[in-house]
Structure formats: C-alpha cells, structure tokens
Design a protein around this ligand. Structure first.
Ligand SMILES: [Zn+2]
Ligand SMILES: [Zn+2]
Length: 240
C-alpha cells in the first residue's frame, strides 16, 4: 500500500498546505480520500490522471473536504479524456442527498459516459478482492466517518474528529494512522490537539502516525515530534 499526501491543510487558504486529501494506491485500486479546493490540480501536479482514480471517499461534507468534487465530476464529462470506467463515491449518512443537491446546482456533473455508484456507509465494512474498507462514525459532523483500509497492511484515516472511543476501535493496531490534529495545544470542539492525540496513540498502538489537517498555529510549534509521529507535508509519500 502506498499513501501520497495531496494536502495537509484546512479551510485556511495557504500556499504551503492545500486542504487535506490523500491518495492510496493498492493492488487493484486507487482511492482518493477527500477532495477539497485545489485537489484536482494537486493530482495533476503529482502525476496522476483523474481516470486513475476508481473510488472517492468523503470523510464529511465540509467545503475543505468536498469543494473539488464538482470540478472532478465535470472534468470526467468534458475533460480531454472523458471517463468511461465506473466510479464509486462513498460518504457517510446523507451521501445520496448531498450528491443529488450538487447535481441540482451543477446539472453538468451527472455522468455522460460512465457508471457512477454512490454509497452511504456509517458503521460498515465492504470488500473488494483482497481489500476491506471499514468505516465508523466520528465526532465532528452528523455525517463524519473514519476509514480503515486493509490489504495485508492497514491505513486508518480519522477524517476531522474530536476524541471518541470509536476512533480507538477503528485505529487499533493499524500500520499507519493518518490523523487530524488541527492544533498543537489549543483544544477546539470537533478537533484533536496533541495531548488528545497522544492519548489516542497510547490506546491504539499504531506503527506510524501521520499528523495532518494542520492549522497555521503549527508553524509556531517548538516541540519535538519523535517516532511514531510524523508531521504531514503536501506531496510526501509513505509506503506501508
Ligand atoms: Zn476540515
Ligand atoms: Zn470539518
């Protein structure tokens, strides 16, 4: 499994950090996690084509995680290489309504030449070949989900979330935990900070922890992060 961080930021506009998004390359699948502003452009910058992606998973519907979904779907119809291959979009509860409302604003995003499958998951698992995707409700928005992908090794994504034992359960013993830690010190409702992240890591024992969804306050962070922690940067790649 290979993870590429396309963005490690938030809703705060930044030249260094695009909004949080990741691409996971598996044996037979390439999955995009979240698609906020400028993610489509980031994909191109890192050498991917839109048609390389077969699945998009939305951790929740906040704009910094979904704004480029319309850009992506529009390009599938009217880009240089119109999409022919099926596309699966997974989101939390309300995913179908979210998509339907988008198509009301942007009727041009409904597929021209390919099959689009929309799936809503809450506390579920689905299997594709050797790959298992498990989701669990998180504590941020009504529709927020965390995601665990398992194909021999595992990667777990918290999405945006406050502390919850459901994340402890989802992330248990995972090889790579990609976790939001919006602020190093300040505690804001609906998000984690370092002390809460340390508590989570103590309970779940991930082999590696990629800290992401970073607000500008991280620039002033003077502490030292030791293994298993790694601070995300746009573009970094981790092989699991
Ligand atoms: Zn966010
Ligand atoms: Zn959010």
């Amino acid at each position: 499994m290979k993870l590429r961080c396309l963005g490690s930021g938030t809703s705060v506009p930044s030249l260094e950090r695009s909004s949080s998004s990741y691409i996971v390359t598996l044996k037979r699948h390439r999955i995009l996690i979240d698609i906020g502003p400028s993610v489509v452009r980031r994909l191109l910058e890192y050498g991917y084509k839109l048609n390389d992606i077969d699945t998009i998973i939305l951790t929740h519907f906040h704009v910094d995680h979904t704004a480029d979904l319309s850009t992506f779907l529009f390009a599938c119809n009217y880009g240089i290489e119109p999409r022919m291959e099926p596309l699966l979009i997974i989101g939390g509860p309300g995913m179908h309504t979210f998509y339907r409302r988008l198509t009301r604003v942007y009727p041009w995003i409904t597929p021209n030449n390919y099959e689009l499958d929309i799936k809503s998951m809450s506390r579920d698992s689905i299997y594709f070949d050797d790959l298992c995707i498990t989701t669990e409700r998180m504590r941020h928005n009504r529709e927020s989900i965390g995601i665990r992908m398992e194909e021999k090794k595992s990667i777990t994504f918290s999405g945006d979330t406050d502390y919850t034992t459901r994340l402890e359960r989802l992330a248990q013993g995972t090889d790579l935990l990609v976790v939001e830690c919006s602020f190093p010190e300040r505690k804001v409702k609906g998000h984690l900070n370092l002390p809460f992240l340390e508590r989570l890591v103590g309970k779940t024992n991930p082999k590696k922890v990629l800290i992401s969804h970073l607000y500008p306050e991280w620039q002033l962070f003077r502490g030292v992060l030791k293994s298993p922690y790694l601070l995300a940067e746009d573009g970094i790649e981790i092989v699991v």
